[in-house]
Design a protein around this ligand. Structure first.
Ligand code: HEM
Length: 135
């Protein structure tokens, strides 16, 4: 249950969080495709900075919801699963944009990162760690 006197902030934070998810994943996907096409722009400081700003705001909005709803990731296992998947998503994303050596590996990491973040969204929407496989 949201903390009562600031419960008004819940819909605002949720909308902000979801909009930032769309912005963050959209920018990541475009940068990933740009890297695959050997464009230089995805790794230019302007786009890297924009990505850091959006991702930080996304985390802040998520953490604020977490605090507002007084969730415990051990008991609300969907949140625990989402936080673990976030680490997997970050690792796959780093491989797709920077670390993978061949174009084929970068493409596979990009697809895996996008599948991971889509599953995270399904976990959040279902409020269940199995996401789209929830009973
Ligand atoms: C790329 C990463 C993330 C994705 C794709 C994502 C996705 C979503 C989506 C789609 C919702 C909306 C659910 C709905 O409308 O019913 C949501 C809600 C939420 N997210 Fe995230 N999220 C991400 C990161 C995070 C992080 C890092 C945290 C915590 C620090 C977090 C905490 C929450 C909380 C607490 C809610 C509200 C749940 C509720 O209303 O019961 N999210 N997330």
């Amino acid at each position: 249950m949201p903390v009562p006197d600031i419960a008004w902030a819940y819909p605002l934070l949720l909308k902000t969080h979801v909009s930032l998810v769309v912005g963050s994943v959209g920018l990541f996907a475009l940068r990933g495709i740009g890297v695959l096409w050997r464009h230089a722009w995805p790794m230019r400081p302007k786009w890297r900075r924009l990505s850091v700003v959006i991702d930080s705001a996304l985390l802040l909005a998520g953490a604020s919801l977490w605090w507002l709803l007084q969730l415990n990731p051990i008991h609300q296992t969907w949140l625990g699963a989402k936080l673990v998947l976030l680490l997997v998503y970050i690792a796959l994303g780093t491989m797709a944009l920077k670390r993978a050596r061949t174009a084929r590996a970068r493409a596979l990491f990009l697809l895996a990162a996008l599948a991971c973040v889509a599953f995270m969204a399904s976990v959040a929407l279902a409020r269940h760690p199995l996401g789209w496989w929830a009973p």
